[in-house]
Design a protein around this ligand. Structure first.
Ligand SMILES: Cc1cc2nc3c(=O)[nH]c(=O)nc-3n(C[C@H](O)[C@H](O)[C@H](O)COP(=O)(O)O)c2cc1C
Length: 199
């Protein structure tokens, strides 16, 4: 790898609210990553047209999902990118349903790693695959709210051969835009993005 190489970061925004609190944190984290020269790829889960996993078994022998929809682009990015920024609100002590469906569709990557014993990364031996998870919730009781989501995210990251290296949890934010009144939190999101991009 050349010393001038920059990581390619897949940035996933999981909220159904396009301009809410997690979006402000997402944008700041991307600004932080971009300031280092990292290459950015974006996915807004709400904009994808895809079906839930039906457990059809079509990926069992190949690790390739047979369903032709917008997840095919996501699979390519999940295999090719070096770093992963995931930004999501808490819904019912967990992740938004559509994002959970996105993760379920990654069963094909789980098969690749755990059944076929193959590398998920398109560039095995390349850059360290690390991730940052930023989450926001309405309740002030962050400890109780974020731990189920973190468990799902860690399981997902394990299946794409990435480690959760950075996290930022922001409780007590309900009204869209509430986080914009907290410059310290926006700065923390920027720093999280920057830290993710560092080699
Ligand atoms: C369907 C739904 C379920 C939610 N469930 C929770 C919850 O279990 N705990 C909580 O603290 N906040 C919950 N919230 C509040 C959101 O986490 C909060 O409003 C957050 O700021 C939304 O992020 P966003 O503005 O990026 O969409 C829920 C919101 C929605 C729409």
């Amino acid at each position: 790898m050349s010393s001038s190489a920059k990581p390619r970061i897949l940035c996933i925004h999981a909220s159904e609210r396009a301009q809410g609190n997690s979006r402000a944190l997402y944008d700041e984290a991307i600004n932080g990553a971009e300031s280092t020269g990292a290459r950015i790829e974006r996915i807004a889960v709400r904009d994808l047209d895809f079906e839930p996993c039906t457990s059809c078994g079509g990926c069992d022998s190949t690790g390739e999902c047979v369903v032709r929809d917008d997840m095919q682009r996501a699979y390519a990015l999940l295999r090719e990118c070096d770093r992963f920024l995931i930004v999501s609100p808490v819904y019912f002590c967990s992740l938004p349903g559509r994002f959970k469906c996105f993760i379920d569709r990654c069963q094909a990557l789980w098969v690749t790693k755990f059944v076929l014993k193959k590398k998920v990364a398109a560039n095995p031996g390349g850059m360290e695959r690390r991730a940052a998870f930023i989450s926001v919730c309405g309740s002030p009781d962050g400890d109780r709210m974020f731990s189920p989501a973190e468990k799902i995210i860690k399981t997902f990251l394990n299946c794409i051969d990435a480690k959760l290296a950075h996290k930022l949890y922001v409780p007590g934010m309900d009204k869209a835009g509430a986080v914009l009144e907290k410059p310290r939190l926006l700065k923390e999101a920027r720093e999280t993005g920057r830290a993710l991009a560092v080699l």
